[in-house]
Design a protein around this ligand. Structure first.
Ligand code: FAQ
Length: 321
């Protein structure tokens, strides 16, 4: 039998890709993939990476004011973990041909998005606990299915990220349990934080399914495994008993168990608010992006020094061989 040495044509490549997806195998960086798949993966991974990095700011705001050395050490470690998540994710985006410097440039110039949740201020120390409980809780709910995402480097990065997010969620819940066992003022602080973060946490899952432009294609490609509304419902169902145990009230009078659906019913999310925040008009958008840009500009000398050092080391190695 003679084998053709011609490059496979696009139809064959597309068939191979379709079969990889249909068999639930992983797409790897060396594999051919349709342009749309590559573009979608870069968009989602970059937005996710930016979210982890910008997400350091709201909690970072409390590092110097944490109430004890133990709480300070815990918070520092958590914020540092988020930086690590950002790094794994930028690396995953690089396997698709994206350039990290270019992605950062797009973030600081408003050409790429990051999660809406990080555009809300952290007004009290209880916000640190509520971010752990609700924001990390929502992140886990959304990200555990992404461990089975069809793109190999993304799915594998997500496994470690989810383990760490799970730990973050528990530290938040433990912090809140401690505050709820404290004074009336501490309990009021926790309730205030829950009141402010509950609805924005539900918005993290994205627009409702009938307005989600990317879900259908992303599910067909095995990038997303559930729709935005399915995951939002899962999060509500998971959070209600946790709120009861904690002794806080979730700020939604329509929240009620529906026996027929075997799920909690809940009130309508303010989609105009989500849309405004995504467009850059949330309470802290300008501050978050300005802060990120300043940190990037101030770090230029570190990047230059690291690049010069790497060049020097490789010149020395070459001279030896
Ligand atoms: N905020 O068609 P869909 C974390 C955009 S990490 C801003 O439904 P898709 C850890 C969306 O990009 C949190 N933009 O989009 C942590 C799209 O824009 P485009 C981040 C949003 O992609 C904890 C447009 O709206 N997690 O929290 C939002 O199918 C504590 C239409 O929407 C991830 O990124 C939003 N909430 O579904 C760190 C997880 N929702 O580009 C620090 C991975 C939607 O078409 C402290 N990402 N948009 O113009 C995903 O699972 C998906 O991308 C969704 C959105 C579910 C977020």
């Amino acid at each position: 039998m003679t084998m053709s040495l011609d490059a496979p044509d696009e139809t064959m490549l597309q068939q191979h890709f379709d079969s990889t997806i249909a068999h639930e195998h992983r797409v790897e960086p060396r594999d051919w993939m349709p342009d749309g798949y590559r573009k979608t993966m870069i968009r989602q991974i970059a937005q996710h990476a930016h979210s982890e990095i910008i997400g350091m700011q709201p909690e970072g705001n409390w590092i110097t004011r944490a109430p004890s050395l133990r709480r300070k050490a815990v918070l520092l470690a958590k914020v540092q973990d988020e930086a690590g998540h950002g790094m794994y994710l930028y690396s995953a985006a690089e396997t698709l041909g994206a350039d990290r410097a270019d992605l950062t440039d797009k973030l600081v110039h408003g050409q790429q998005k990051y999660s809406s949740i990080f555009n809300y201020p952290t007004l009290s120390y209880a916000d640190v606990g509520v971010i752990g409980w609700l924001v990390d809780g929502a992140a886990i709910c959304n990200q555990v299915p992404l461990c089975r995402s069809s793109y190999g480097p993304y799915g594998r990065a997500m496994i470690r990220i989810c383990k760490e997010e799970s730990f973050h969620q528990r530290q938040g819940y433990e912090l809140l349990m401690t505050m709820m066992a404290g004074t009336d003022a501490q309990r009021a602080m926790v309730q205030g934080a829950v009141d402010r973060f509950w609805w924005p946490s539900l918005m993290m899952f994205g627009p409702p399914d009938d307005a989600s432009v990317n879900t259908e294609q992303s599910m067909a490609w095995g990038i997303k495994r559930h729709t935005n509304d399915e995951l939002r419902q899962r999060f509500v169902d998971m959070s209600v008993p946790q709120a009861e145990k904690l002794g806080v009230r979730l700020p939604d009078p329509e929240l009620a168990w529906n026996d027929a659906r075997q799920h909690y019913d809940f009130g309508s999310v303010d989609w105009d608010e989500l849309s405004a925040v995504i467009k850059g008009n949330g309470p802290c958008n300008a501050q978050r992006v300005a802060h990120r840009k300043a940190a990037h500009d101030e770090g230029a000398w570190v990047r230059d020094a690291a690049t010069a050092y790497a060049a020097k080391t490789s010149r020395r190695l070459e001279a030896k061989t």
